[in-house]
Design a protein around this ligand. Structure first.
Ligand SMILES: Cc1ncc(COP(=O)(O)O)c(C=O)c1O
Length: 417
């Protein structure tokens, strides 16, 4: 499979999804507009599910990457669980039909209210980030006369070799409990009657393109599990390897999921362990694009600017991380020109692409920011009192439906008193 934007391709000069011209969708639904491919989400899930078929596993789609209810519902339909990091994400996942016993709840700062919500909902387990948090879960569980399954998020001190803002498994990151001396420190859990240690969890970073950091983490887990089992932690039967699988935005060469799965299964299966994984970007990233319309062309002192009706408030990754997204004209023309593709927001950081060669663009053209299914709409804000964009979903049958209407002006004021 061509993993590069394969759900959005050119037919002749037109960018299409399931045969529908993106230009036509932009005319029908307006811009700025997110367009998602249902096939994209489903195929990526099935690919992972197949790769992991040799081990008992649960795939928990990481809702933070894209939390539109219709997309979570697609994931629920194909049997996915959910990785949530807030009461809001838990609420959405349950409403969208994700089975509670396939939901894992992560995050360094879960509040008592969120913990109670998770316990009452009967989630699979909490991924715990500190001993204080475990004590809090224990206290709330005992109040409710329940025993709650937890996994301890381990900080394995593994370098995921990715952007420093999205590396999470190094000593200096705020996530997880340090791996050194962990077995001895976990002894305290035996005294807690409200929690049961079911698993170990690690999420070492995002957009990881090499298998090696995952295997280093799995190796560390294997020796830790051995120690914990000999210390009498018999309920420990599950390893959560987190998410982090990289995708193609430009010229990355991500690992093959078959090799990733085989490496993990080879280490964990002999120990009789179940596997949980929490992929986000891998499922949603290439399954969406962001479509904007050119409002003006502007010749600056030294550059040509393509000013669009979408901005950093709608899609912040280039501004936040300097991330690369391919940008294409939805109707190709002959030739190419070097431009900056920018938004209307009052910040110099408001851009989608800088010094990029794209086919010549005229005022009124539609331009697509590719691979925009993950961490794009879910990070959108109303900065500059801009209305959040609409979202549409293209089904495998080639039909398109609105899954989020564009904000109205009234929506901007709705919660203000
Ligand atoms: C705990 C946890 N699991 C899973 C994910 C999903 O990561 P990715 O989108 O890289 O698969 C994240 C992302 O931040 C995370 O923090």
């Amino acid at each position: 499979m061509n993993r590069y934007d394969s759900y959005f391709t050119f037919e002749g000069n037109d960018l299409v999804c399931e045969g529908l011209k993106i230009d036509d969708l932009a005319r029908e639904f307006g811009t700025p507009l997110y367009v998602y491919s249902e096939r994209g989400f489903r195929e990526r899930y099935r690919e992972l599910d197949g790769a992991l078929s040799d081990i008992e596993h649960t795939i928990c789609y990481s809702v933070k990457t894209n939390y539109n209810m219709s997309l979570i519902r697609v994931m629920a339909e194909i049997g996915s669980g959910a990785d949530v990091v807030s009461g809001g994400e838990l609420y959405r996942s349950l409403k969208a039909g994700i089975a509670p016993d396939k939901i894992v709840f992560a995050g360094v700062g879960k509040t008592a209210e969120e913990i109670a919500f998770g316990i009452d909902s009967g989630i699979l387990m909490f991924n715990c980030e500190s001993f204080r948090e475990i004590e809090e879960i224990d206290r709330i569980s005992r109040e409710k006369k329940k025993v709650t399954d937890i996994a301890v998020r381990v900080n394995p001190d593994v370098d995921a070799d990715t952007h420093r803002y999205i590396t999470t498994g190094k000593k200096e990151n705020k996530f997880g409990i340090p791996i050194e001396g962990l077995t001895a420190r976990l002894a305290v859990l035996k005294k807690l009657e409200g929690v049961r240690l079911r698993g170990l969890h690690a999420h070492i970073g995002s957009q990881i393109t090499s298998v090696s950091p995952f295997l280093q983490t799995a190796d560390k887990f294997v020796s830790l599990i051995g120690e914990l089992h000999s210390e009498g932690f018999d309920s420990l039967d599950c390893i959560n390897m987190g998410g982090g699988l990289g995708i193609v935005y430009n010229d990355e060469r991500p690992f093959d999921v078959g090799a990733w799965a085989a490496g993990i299964i080879g280490r964990l299966k002999p120990l009789g362990l179940k596997l949980v994984v929490e992929p986000g970007r891998y499922i949603s990233g290439n399954g969406g694009i962001f479509v904007v319309r050119v409002t003006y062309r502007k010749e600056g002192g030294s550059k040509t600017f393509i000013i669009t009706d979408g901005g950093m408030n709608d899609l912040i990754r280039p501004s936040l991380y300097g991330s690369y997204h391919r940008v294409v004209n939805c109707r190709l023309r002959e030739g190419s020109e070097k431009v900056d593709v920018v938004g209307p927001v009052c910040e110099s950081g408001d851009f989608f692409a800088k010094d990029r060669d794209i086919t010549p663009t005229k005022q009124g053209d539609c331009v697509a920011v590719m691979s925009a299914g993950a961490y794009c709409m879910s990070m959108a804000s109303r900065y500059n009192s801009r209305r959040l964009p609409a979202e549409v979903l293209v089904g495998e049958d080639g039909r398109c439906r609105l899954i989020r209407r564009r904000d109205s002006f009234e929506d901007l004021l709705r919660n203000e008193t």
